[in-house]
Structures are given as C-alpha cells and as structure tokens.
Design a protein around this ligand. Structure first.
Ligand code: PGA
Length: 255
C-alpha cells in the first residue's frame, strides 16, 4: 500500500509575511488529516519561516528547485546541503523549470542524484506539452523523460521516489486531465518505464502524483484511480481550499 502524498507547489507566490499568515490559517486543519503525507513547497525565501511554524506538526516542507553542485561560484543557486537544513522534499524538473529555464532530463538527473546523496526526497516532474499530446506522442515523451531523469539510480533509490505526472496543457489552465487519462499514463507508461528499468516491484513501490488544475472539486476523482497516489497542486494550494483538497484525498483513499 503506497502512502498518499499531497504537495502544494506555491511557485513564485507569497512574501514571508504572507506565508506566515497563510500557514497559520491552514496548519491546524492540515495537521489533523492523518494517513497522507502533506507537503508545503513555498519559495526559498519563506522556507525558514514556514519551517518554524510547522515544526510541531506532521506537515512536511519542500523546496521547488535546487542546483546539483555542493557549493561554489554559482551565483543565485541553492545547494542540496543548504536545503537539508530547512526541508525534507525538493521538486525537481517542474515543467516551468524545463520551459522557462531550459532544464533538461540530463540536468534533472544530476539534481536527482545530488538530492538523494543529501537525503532529500525528490518529487520528479514529467509531462508532455499540448502539441506532443495532440500529436499522440505522450507515451514516447514520458518514457524518455522517466528514463533520462532516473538514469543511474539504484532500484532502491528509484522505489523511494515520488514522481509527479503533470501534463503541461493542464497546468494552470483549469483544463485538468481526466482521472482515466492520467491514470493510464501513470499506470501504463510511467510504471511501465520504471518496470523496464528496475522491475515490477520497484514500479509498484514508486508513488506517483497527478498535477494540473487539481481542485477540491476534482481531487476525489483522481484519488479514486488506483494508480494515482496523490497530487502536486499549484493554484489551489495557495488558498484554504488546500485543506479541503487534502481531506477529500485522504477520505477517497480510505486512510
Ligand atoms: P496548477 O499547477 O495546480 O495551478 O495547475 C500545478 C503545478 O504546476 O504543479
């Protein structure tokens, strides 16, 4: 049984003051929901403040990106060793990083190895663009991304991963995938690619989230799918809605 995991990706939103107000307003409700991992991913600048606010709760903290080097002359970058002082998780390879900042599977793979070496728990994002989706290339693109991002991991490392399947056309558009469509990509393509690399047991151990326009209104449908273990939530994680969303997710999985 894979433990469900819901993560809020705040993206480039919230000052420290706003983050403090918001986390104060949701932490009690979020902390009450048991049986699922709950992860908040604020911008780097708010990590320390949020860490203090949730230290006595079961809520976990994640960063949205990192660099693969340990330290040095990399102006503007954040190293894995800096993050482990603050948080447990790190989102890697989000489609906005790929699309706006030129991240590649090879670079994401280096980040993944560095994160694991430091004991961070990566949430590795994959997803096809609308053009690739319309051209029927989803299976090929996702398989390539999984193979490229996971290259060189041991089966044990791979089995402990969280993968987020986020079709680019569904992110921030209000046009979510269907649970059946996303579940098939996750169950067949993503778990299939992992099974080819590491065997079926590893493929069944990996937790895979769906992401893209997830709301309290559609989370139940996604969580009803046996291959979907949670969600990576953008817009709806910036509002009190996020607590409802996590509550519905836990209830749907029966945990
Ligand atoms: P969204 O973003 O929920 O606002 O669509 C999801 C994500 O990009 O992680």
């Amino acid at each position: 049984m894979r433990r469900p995991i819901l993560a809020g990706n705040w993206k480039m939103n919230m000052t420290i003051a706003e983050a403090i107000d918001f986390v104060r307003s949701i932490r009690l409700g979020l902390n009450e929901i048991k049986g699922v991992d709950r992860v908040l991913c604020p911008p780097f600048t708010a990590l320390a403040a949020v860490k203090d606010l949730i230290s006595a709760t079961g809520i976990a903290l994640g960063a949205q990106n990192m660099y693969w080097e340990e330290k040095g002359a990399f102006t503007g970058e954040i190293a894995p060793g800096m993050l482990v002082e603050l948080c447990q998780y790190v989102i890697l390879g989000h489609s906005e990083r790929r699309g706006y900042f030129g991240e590649t599977d090879a670079g994401i793979n280096r980040k993944l190895h560095a994160a694991l070496a430091h004991g961070l728990k990566p949430i590795v994002c994959v997803g096809e663009t609308e053009a690739q989706h319309d051209a029927g290339q989803t299976e090929r693109v996702i398989t390539e991304q999984v193979r490229g991002c996971l290259a060189g991991l041991t089966a044990e490392q791979a089995g402990g991963l969280v993968v987020a399947y986020e079709p680019v056309w569904a992110i921030g558009t209000g046009k979510a995938a269907t649970a059946g469509g996303a579940g098939a990509v996750i169950g067949v393509t993503i778990r299939g690619a992992i099974a080819d690399l590491y065997g079926e047991a590893t493929a069944q151990a990996v937790r895979v989230q769906y992401g893209g326009s997830v709301t309290p209104a559609n989370i139940g449908e996604f969580m009803s799918h046996p291959d979907i273990d949670g969600a990576l939530v953008g817009g709806a994680s910036l509002k009190a809605d996020f607590v409802d969303l996590v509550r519905i997710a836990a209830k749907t999985k029966g945990v």
